[in-house]
Write a protein that binds this ligand. Structure first.
Ligand SMILES: [Fe+2]
Ligand SMILES: [Fe+2]
Length: 244
């Protein structure tokens, strides 16, 4: 599992984990994120049970286990948080922040020790060390209870499945040619995003933020002008389709 620093500031750092060469071929490739500040760290969408071992190894190169105080799960999908039962053993005193809507479902992944902080639909902020992360409502994009995470200092938006691409192999971390990248995103967004109204609401909220890096849970990240190109493309796309 590779790890790459996305942002290093005076008070905090963002790290992305992914592109695991040993990942079984039939499970979808995922990006996991760590934000660390002071003596605290939060894992954002720490991933599936299948990648727990390489993920833990990679995370421990970045932060001591006792400093991982929080985990965030944007929604209930297995590629987001089916590793929960193992994190629950590794980090028994930590807190899981996840939508209230999914508590009764996510607990099926196994959760005996950690605390579940049920996020209200309107979102809010999470204090991690010396910084605040903003929870941006992303309901029905694609899950019916779902959040993006925005950091106004680094200007990183962790967008979950919005912006996801299905591209195989050891692909670069960032989009290099937006038009060429569309082929890897189009079917995913048409099929997994159920509502034009919901995705347009989300785009409206995101356009109000100053985003330098849009960081999805699958595939390449968008930087600079490509963030705007993605939002324009997503706005024009008719979603909730792709049923032949
Ligand atoms: Fe998902
Ligand atoms: Fe996903």
């Amino acid at each position: 599992m590779k790890s790459t620093s996305l942002f290093q500031g005076a008070n905090h750092e963002w790290v992305v984990f992914g592109r695991d060469p040993d990942k079984p071929e039939k499970i979808i490739d995922t990006n996991q994120y760590l934000v660390k500040s002071g003596d605290n760290g939060i894992l954002l969408d720490p991933g599936g049970i299948e990648i727990f071992a390489p993920m833990l190894t990679a995370v421990l190169r970045e932060i001591p286990l006792e400093n991982i105080t929080d985990i965030f799960a944007s929604h209930q999908d297995p590629d987001i948080i089916s590793s929960l039962g193992l994190w629950d053993k590794a980090l028994p005193d930590s807190t899981l922040h996840s939508p209230w809507l999914w508590e009764g479902f996510i607990r099926h992944f196994g959760m005996e020790n950690m605390e579940y902080h049920a996020l209200p639909d309107e979102g809010g902020t999470l204090r991690i060390g010396n910084i605040d992360l903003h929870l941006i409502p992303a309901h029905y994009v694609h899950s019916s209870g779902n959040f993006s995470v925005y950091d106004p200092i680094s200007k990183i938006l962790m967008s979950g499945d919005a912006g996801a691409a299905l591209e195989h192999g050891d692909v670069p971390l960032f989009v290099e040619n937006f038009d060429d990248h569309i082929q890897y995103m189009k079917g995913f967004h048409q099929r997994w995003m159920p509502s034009n109204q919901a995705k347009n609401d989300w785009i409206y909220r995101v356009r109000a933020l100053d985003v330098e890096i849009l960081a999805p849970q699958h595939g390449r990240l968008f930087k600079g002008d490509d963030v705007k190109k993605f939002l324009d493309w997503f706005e024009a796309l008719n979603v909730g389709t792709a049923i032949k």
